[in-house]
Design a protein around this ligand. Structure first.
Ligand code: MTE
Ligand code: QUE
Ligand code: MOS
Length: 753
């Protein structure tokens, strides 16, 4: 049985401490943010006269109050903390109000009057592209010879694909709490996936050294990528408030402000061209991706890069040309979201395959299967696929879930029913594990064994519901062969662990787990030598740690873990270790766009089944049945939870979650009543998950594999299952590949020609 995630109990009881639950010292000030009400323009005047009259106001901070650089851009330095002259999106922070209580701060924020001169605004990425408004130069991944390849094709299909944004909707909204310490030091509690980025950015804002800032993260009430870069601004504002007033400052966004001011998943508009021979082999594939980046870079270029890495999903295609442009628009800067640009790419290739299959008169699955990656195939970026699991998962899914029977069942059902139709689709996935920015693939761990035998561990990993703390506890307990209850995971803290990479790219358990393993092994190595001395035995190779007991020559000795540690301490042994881990053998050359970018790939196959009410356009996702290559899981319970959660989140993106702005750039989907997320009623009643058995080795901890993001993409199958149900009702429908497939869109396409 799997170890349960300790935090889960706190979560369901509402007892987990979020930033806003923290008990604050006397004198704490509360911050509220004043933001732009127009999408593009020039600030003419900030009138704070009315606001200053309010009792309880302490100060109003604007760009001119920033002592260091007014800059929060991470990859590209193109984003101010507080607007200087111009504003570029609705919700862009302009001023911070500090008051003695939160209500007063917000009341005052509303009383700030700002006069603007409005400029024309652009919201469409293709229009921005035409204007030459790009975040960075566009990039192209290619292989083979695309121009020659078209001549070898029997069938060529072209099309356009749209995919929408998505709100992160973490349970805990963005927030931070900063307190002043001695010697001009600051301690910052932040709901961030990237403690070091918060630390470094505050250092720049205040023009002080990084060692003066301690960032501490207990856990997040969800992040999903939304707190990788976009937790930073609020922490900087709180820190700036501390700097100005010498008082602790808390800033927590209300849901409405969080929705309005923060970026989302990037909407993409894309063009594709796909060419096949009559035997269904894909010979050539060309794609152009227009990413809607919003008004500043944020992580857009890294996300765009991952779009290019996943252009061909789990298929081998010999001739590929994929170009991607990050287009600057007047929306809040869009940001990381589970999948990090890969879902957008995979949706395009699946649309291309679907359209080609339609033209060739076969089911998509014929083309999907024939072109699946084989061991030794090369990706367009030059890396070799070194596994067999793409095919193994597909074949296993076919057999285990009796796909042919499902197909027949649906055929019979659709013949017998005219107002209700069913559809199904298969969705293979292949996701590369590692940050494609190679330097980020490092982590460290600090392990203390206390004299009572208990263990405290610090790493760079941030717990945000994904269970990384539990996996790290299990890793330490396994290396020491001790009861997991002896192991405790400390907060993520930049003073204990420096230079933390973001908890992202599904890699936190791999990177920090390996660092923890190495640190524990170092201590274990010392303990072996020490135990040998205590036992007065000669051969270190005969020492074994098993279930809290020290064995010699396969025989239990009188030494237990607790006794050994107690004696080790008395004998002045070092019971702590710090270890660093860097993923070996990965690299990527952006000049040639080639390299061995990933430690390994995660593959799987999902079968989705849906039922569509053809009078109303409403539907249910009946079943999603998955075969997933999770390696040798450290914790199957957590991994199942991750698969289910990612799948349902993906279904939301593809079916019902619709981020909408009006023509002025005002967010319309700004409440839970205007933005529908999947709930328990909508979740498929049948989510079957089977873990592939495989003897392949990988670079994860104890041969486990990363799990956080890959299963999100299984949901793409539900979109095509819906399309197939629509086609069963209306064979003449002209399909627009335009996610999400809301019931409104389903209804329209049921009755369109
Ligand atoms: N699961 C929960 N419950 N909450 C989250 O915020 N974030 C996801 C995924 N699973 C998330 C989650 C994202 S976007 C990533 S990158 C990974 O967890 C990060 O954690 P890992 O590297 O430990 O898998
Ligand atoms: C996947 C990711 C990330 C990524 C690359 C991936 C990610 C992330 C960054 C990144 C890149 C450059 C930086 C930086 C972060 O790259 O989450 O601070 O300077 O933050 O393939 O998830
Ligand atoms: Mo996840 S989008 O890499 O935080």
């Amino acid at each position: 049985m799997s170890i349960k995630n300790k935090d889960t109990i706190l979560h369901v009881q509402g007892k987990s401490q979020f930033i806003d639950d923290q008990i604050v010292p006397e004198g704490t000030l509360y911050a509220a943010v004043v933001s732009s009400s127009i999408a593009h323009g020039k600030i003419l005047k900030i009138d704070d006269e009315e606001a200053r009259k309010i009792n309880g106001i302490v100060c109003i901070l604007t760009a001119s109050d920033v002592p260091g650089q007014n800059q929060i851009g991470n990859i590209i330095k193109d984003e101010t903390l507080l607007a200087e002259n111009d504003v570029h999106y609705i919700g862009q922070p302009i001023a911070v109000i500090l008051a003695t209580d939160a209500f007063t701060a917000r009341k005052a924020a509303k009383k700030i009057n700002i006069r603007y001169e409005a400029f024309p605004a652009v919201f469409d990425p293709r229009e921005a592209y035409k204007n030459g408004s790009l975040i960075a130069p566009e990039r192209t991944f290619s292989c083979g010879n695309i121009d020659d390849a078209w001549r070898k094709c029997d069938v060529i299909v072209e099309g356009r694909v749209e995919s929408g944004g998505q709100e992160h909707l973490y349970l805990e909204t963005q927030g931070a709490f900063a307190i002043p310490m001695e010697h001009g030091k600051l301690k910052v509690f932040s709901s961030t996936q990237s403690p070091t980025i918060v630390q470094k950015t505050i250092a720049g804002i205040l023009n002080i050294l990084m060692h003066k800032i301690e960032v501490d993260v207990l856990r997040l009430g969800g992040g999903f990528g939304g707190k990788e870069d976009q937790a930073t601004a609020w922490a900087c504002m709180a820190a700036l408030g501390v700097w100005k007033t010498g008082k602790p400052v808390k800033l927590v966004l209300r849901r409405h402000d969080d929705l309005r001011m923060t970026g989302k998943r990037h909407p993409y508009s894309s063009d594709f061209k796909i060419g096949l021979t009559n035997d269904y082999k894909i010979v050539a594939y060309e794609a152009m991706f227009y990413q809607n980046a919003g008004a500043a870079a944020d992580l857009s270029t890294a996300i765009l890069e991952r779009t290019l890495f996943h252009t061909t999903n789990s298929y081998f295609i010999p001739n590929v040309k994929a170009t991607a442009a990050s287009c600057k628009t007047n929306l809040p800067p869009n940001t990381a979201f589970r999948g990090f640009g890969s879902p957008q790419a995979m949706f395009v290739i699946e649309s291309a395959i679907h359209k080609a299959a339609e033209k060739m008169g076969v089911d998509s699955s014929i083309i999907q299967h024939i072109n699946l990656l084989n061991e030794g195939d090369e990706f367009p970026f030059g890396m070799t696929y070194k596994s067999k699991t793409a095919h193994e998962c597909w074949d296993n899914a076919q057999e285990l879930y009796h796909v042919n029977e499902i197909i027949n069942e649906i055929k019979v059902f659709n013949e017998q029913n005219s107002a209700v139709k069913k559809g199904m689709a298969l969705m293979p996935i292949c996701f590369g594990i590692s940050f494609t920015t190679t330097f980020l693939n490092q982590a460290s761990a600090l392990v203390h064994v206390y004299s009572d035998g208990s263990v405290g561990i610090s790493t760079a990993a941030v717990e945000m519901g994904q269970g990384v703390n539990t996996k790290i506890r299990q890793t330490a307990a396994r290396v020491f062969s001790i009861d997991i209850e002896r192991v405790f995971i400390e907060t993520t803290n930049t003073t204990r662990i420096a230079n933390t990479s973001p908890t992202a790219a599904s890699s936190a358990a791999d990177l920090n787990g390996n660092a923890t393993r190495i640190a524990c092994e170092q201590i274990l190595c010392r303990l072996r030598t020490f135990a040998l001395e205590q036992l007065k035995q000669p051969d270190a190779s005969k020492i074994d740690f098993r279930d809290e007991t020290i064995f010699y020559n396969n025989q239990p000795t009188a030494l237990t873990w607790e006794i050994l540690i107690g004696q080790a301490y008395i004998n002045r042994q070092n019971l702590s270790a710090h270890a660093h881990y860097a993923t070996p053998a990965i690299f990527f050359d952006r000049a040639t766009e080639k390299g061995n970018a990933f430690a390994y790939h995660v593959c799987g196959t999902a079968i989705s089944k849906v039922t569509l009410d053809c009078l109303r356009g409403t539907y249910t996702i009946d079943a999603v049945k998955i075969v997933h290559d999770g390696g040798t899981s450290i914790n199957e319970l957590i991994d199942r939870g991750q698969i289910e959660g990612a799948l349902v989140q993906g279904i939301g993106w593809l079916t019902m979650e619709e981020v909408l702005y009006d023509e002025a750039g005002i967010l319309l989907s700004n409440t839970f009543s205007a933005y529908k997320i999947p709930d328990i009623q909508f979740t498929p009643t049948d989510i079957s998950i089977h873990f592939l058995e495989s003897d392949e080795t990988n670079l994860g901890v104890f041969n486990s594999k990363a799990i956080g993001e890959p299963p999100f993409m299984y949901a793409i199958g539900t979109y095509f299952a819906l399309i197939n149900a629509i086609k069963a009702f209306n064979p003449n429908v002209h399909i627009k590949y335009d996610a999400p497939m809301t019931p409104e869109k389903a209804l329209l396409s049921l009755y369109s020609a």
